[in-house]
Design a protein around this ligand. Structure first.
Ligand code: PGA
Length: 248
């Protein structure tokens, strides 16, 4: 499977940063063994799409409805209309701050698919849950409950992002990543049969140029979801290069 490297800019980026997006898009073209994309604030999507050409630009959430009385929300149709081809769903920052539940996330993934978007559906345990020995149980329950029945077919990937590793510089141990990705893979195959082998499982949480080669070489790690280290082309480049070196 080709590696999939996706940047998540979170609530960062204004028109001043369009040049950086263009630089990242140009870099991505040089790494032709790798699939890559950048998920940016909704306000920048249309301008970024115009500026980067073919490089895939995405959003970071979408509402479960296509339109309606939902002040401040953005639908999958709107993201698609602005030129997005993907969106992140169920990021732990939204699960925590917006109290998003697995059932919401499942509905959002279905809405993204209905709008023609690819989706990166995030799962991950908190530090408290890991220390209580519940990481596998929590993450597998999220996978079961937040993935829609129609998750196979190439439009959805899962991102395993331990909450305690996000933005902290504390990356998960390779053995723990291997164990979790294997468990997620088993759950996907159990539910979707052979198609479950093809659903990409990304790792996210303090991935950077120093640790990407090790993480991306682990079994069932089909790519990365990268926050901080996706904000500049200079930091994103070594991650793309690590994926390129492993990719076929
Ligand atoms: P980070 O964020 O790379 O800054 O840890 C990853 C994410 O939240 O997707």
């Amino acid at each position: 499977m080709r590696k999939y490297i996706v940047g998540n800019w979170k609530m960062n980026g204004t028109s001043n940063d369009l040049g950086e997006i263009v630089a990242i898009g140009a870099l991505a073209q040089l790494h032709n063994n790798v699939d890559s994309a950048l998920c940016i604030p909704a306000t920048l999507i249309e301008r970024a799409v115009t500026a980067v050409g073919a490089f895939p630009i995405g959003g970071q959430d979408c509402h479960m409805q296509a339109s309606g009385a939902h002040t401040g929300c953005v639908s999958g149709e709107m993201l698609s209309d602005a030129g997005s081809v993907l969106t992140i769903i169920g990021h732990s920052e939204r699960r925590a701050a917006q109290q998003e539940q697995d059932s919401d996330i499942r509905a959002k993934a279905e809405a993204a698919n209905a709008a023609g978007l690819k989706a990166i559906l995030c799962v991950g345990e908190t530090l408290e849950e890991r220390e209580a020995g519940k990481a596998l149980e929590i993450v597998l329950a999220q996978v079961t409950q937040s993935l829609p029945d129609a998750a196979a077919g190439g439009w959805l990937c899962v991102a395993y992002e331990p909450v305690w590793a996000i933005g902290t510089g504390r990356v998960a141990e390779p053995a723990d990543v291997t164990e979790m990705h294997a468990a997620i893979r088993r759950a996907l195959v159990e539910r979707f049969g052979a198609e479950g082998q093809k659903i990409r499982i990304l790792y996210g949480g303090s991935m950077n140029g120093d640790n990407a080669a090790v993480l991306l070489a682990l079994p069932n790690v089909d790519g990365g979801l990268i926050g901080g280290a996706s904000l500049t082309a200079a930091q994103f480049q070594p991650i793309l290069a690590a994926a390129q070196a492993i990719g076929k």
